[in-house]
Structures are given as C-alpha cells and as structure tokens.
Design a protein around this ligand. Structure first.
Ligand code: AMP
Length: 393
C-alpha cells in the first residue's frame, strides 16, 4: 500500500495536536485546546497561512470524536480534494511488550486499553484519539507509535528497580519516555554528524518535561525517566528523582494523601517549586532574582549528575546533543552543562552556542574531544515516518 498523506495526532486530556505530512514534508499543523470547556482550534499551513482559527461550539467540543470532526473540516478547507491515507498516533505507553509501532486492529486496541493503568494521565486520551480517528477516517489504517518503545533495548540492569522481582515481572519497570524524540535524533545524526552516529551519545531532551538518553550505535542503553515521567531530571513542574522516603514523610508528617503528594511532585515542584517564580526557563533567565539564578544552577547540576551516570554506563562519550524547547533555545543552559563536561575534554564554542537549533547546530570547537550539538527535534515527523513504514511493509 502506498502512503502519500499521513495525519499525525497527539491527543492529550484537553488538547489534540495535529500535523499533516505529504511524503516526508509537513504541510499543515495545528491544535485544539480546551476540550471539555471552551475549546479553540488553530491550524496553519507550512507557509504560515492561517487555515482555521476559531472557537469550537459546545457540541464540537464535547469529546475527542467530535473534535476530530472539526480537524477533518479544517483539512477539507486546506485542500478540498485531500485524502488522508493513514493516521499515526502518539501513544505514551506501550508497556514492556511494544518495542516498535503497531497497526491498531480491534485486538490491539483492546490490548492497549490494558496499559491505561501504566499511564493514566496520557494513554486513555491517546486511545480516545485513535477511537475518534477510526470514526473520522473510516477504513484508514491507524498506527500507534509509543514513547516507551525506543527504550526497550535497555538491559535488565538498567530497566529494573531493586525491589522484589515479582514486581518487575508484573510490569514495574523503568520504561523511559520521549522515545520519538530520541529516535529522531539518533537517525538524524547519520545526516548531520555521521562520525558520531554510531558512537556513544547522550541526548538531552529538555522541554517542559525533560529526560536524557544514553544512545550507543543508535540504540538506547539507558535513560533517566523510569516507570513514570516523574523520574530523572528536575523539570518545569516535576521534581524528578526523589527519595521515596520523602513521599512517606509527606504522608505521615503532613497528612497528605497519595493523590496530594502526586500533585505536589508533578505540578508544583521542579523549577516552579524551586524558584517560586515560574516553570518557564525564559522567565527564570530574564529574572534578576538570586532565587531564580539558584534554581537555574540546580537545573544544570541535576543534568550533570545524571549525565555522569549515563556516560559511565556507556563507558565513554563521543557527543552530547541538546534538544526540546530548552535544549534548542537556551544558550545559557547549554553553556552551563557543557562547562561541566570540560574535564572530559569538551570545549564549548561560545560564539556558536549563541545560535538556535533550527536544524543542526555544532556548538563545540573543532579541537573538542566531545562533539557538542543542538538539534531541533521532530517527534511528529518521526511518527509519520514510522506510520508510513508500518503501512507500506
Ligand atoms: P517544550 O516542552 O519542548 O515545548 O519546551 C518548552 C519550554 O522550552 C518552555 O517552557 C521554556 O522553558 C523553554 N524555552 C522555549 N524557548 C526558550 C528560549 N528562547 N530560551 C529559554 N528557554 C526556552
């Protein structure tokens, strides 16, 4: 089956992001926000022409199915002749089973529903997107592309927690996230830095959520996120790795429920909690407050602590790639981290580091023992690529 036009959907609890690909090229992108309340759709072509920018009626905003009908209308407005050949879906959790994308048959859909407990904040919405797409595009193939799949090459020693084995066998494992982004960067290195593409690389995906991945020969060795996206680095509002004893203390000493602690660690912590100012790096970088400066220092230090572990587990380092909203745009964060790697012979080119990673930016000096780069990630592009591969196989 030849696949020309692919719609990529990333359905969240109250939003649906979408991007349309013709061949490898993204021709249209947009999103619906505010589902369930006062929803809005915005979509523009790759050239920047606004195709739709309006509120959804209550009827349209009822659920993912009704919202997808509006996306369908937007696609028709963009190109009245348009035929969507396949739909690629971002699905956060693929459990231990899926190490690659899968065509969603009725049986697969029923199986994916059993993973909802593993990612209750994400997977049910991702599946609602698939259900909606089945109705909006009858007969067209839907492909689920998992955030966790890229990390299934982790060995037991990196995937297990040191708790009784029964729990590992029943699915309590370090699954890892941001797999589309890491996979994209791993493939992109063959184009932009082939000399390190098969080497030992740490990719730092630093966005609102953030994780790092140790990649050797294009495959994940290990990663900083674990069972849930709460693990690893300090993030916008998430604490990252924390002594489980703190959780017990919060419950015993402050009388908090499990739900309240989860809320504290997921929504009120990270840069937001540490600075008391903002979760957004731009606000902290523009602030004169010493508390903001201390939070930024903390952020970089957490990255370095994790990076040390990833490098040691790989037994070396050929390159570091920064990506995600912060990795692509924040020269300050990149500089702080790269300075911390000088002991490995990494040499930052301060001038080059002033740039933004529209495509691929080399920010190390030619004499640097470690190649330092910033590369713009393309998670939707990766999903489109994988969807095509599955449908054309
Ligand atoms: P993402 O989740 O990948 O879209 O990243 C979003 C985050 O990137 C924002 O919350 C900001 O903290 C950060 N960011 C975006 N642009 C910049 C910038 N120019 N400088 C510093 N941080 C930025």
């Amino acid at each position: 089956m030849t696949i020309e036009t692919i719609l990529v959907l990333n359905a969240g609890s109250s939003s649906i992001k979408f991007q349309l690909f013709k061949g490898e090229e993204s021709v249209l992108s947009g999103q619906i926000d505010g589902l369930g309340a006062s929803a809005w759709i915005k979509g523009k072509s790759a050239e920047g022409a606004v195709i739709m920018d309006r509120a959804l009626s209550d009827e349209e905003a009822k659920n993912h199915n009704t919202a997808l009908q509006v996306i369908l209308a937007l696609l028709k407005e963009f190109d009245s002749e348009l035929e969507v050949d396949a739909i690629g879906h971002r699905v956060v959790h693929g459990s231990a089973k899926y190490s690659a994308p899968v065509l969603v048959t009725d049986e697969v859909f029923a199986e994916l529903e059993t993973f909802n407990d593993l990612a209750p904040l994400h997977n049910p919405h991702n599946l609602a997107g698939i259900q909606g797409a089945k109705e909006a595009f009858p007969g067209k193939p839907n492909v689920a592309c998992f955030d966790t799949a890229f990390h299934r090459t982790q060995e037991f020693k990196n995937e297990a927690y040191a708790i009784p084995l029964k729990y590992y066998e029943e699915g309590v494992r370090r699954y890892g996230m941001h797999g589309q982004s890491f996979h994209y960067i791993a493939e992109e290195l063959h184009n932009v830095a082939p000399e390190v593409a098969n080497g030992k690389v740490v990719v730092a995906h630093l966005g609102n959520g953030a994780s790092m991945c140790a990649i050797e020969n294009g495959k994940c060795v290990t990663t900083t996120m674990g069972f849930t996206p709460l693990d690893g680095l300090a993030m916008g509002t998430r604490s990252g790795t924390i002594d489980a004893g703190v959780v017990f203390y919060m419950m015993d000493h402050y009388g908090m429920s499990a739900k309240e602690v989860a809320n504290l660690l997921n929504k009120e912590s990270g840069m937001k909690g540490l600075s008391g100012i903002s979760q957004d790096m731009r606000d902290l970088e523009n602030s004169d407050s010493p508390v903001a400066a201390r939070a930024l220092e903390y952020y970089e230090n957490r990255i370095l602590r994790e990076m040390g572990g990833l490098i040691a587990v790989m037994g070396g380092l050929d390159a570091v790639v920064f990506t995600g909203g912060i990795g692509e745009n924040s020269s300050q964060t990149r500089a702080g981290v790269c300075k911390g790697l000088e002991f490995l012979g990494a040499e930052l080119d301060e001038e080059a580091n002033k740039g933004r990673a529209k495509d691929a930016l080399v920010i190390s000096k030619p004499s640097s023992k470690v190649k330092l780069m910033a590369i713009a990630t393309d998670e939707e592009g990766m999903i489109a690529r994988q969807t095509r591969a599955i449908c054309e196989a």
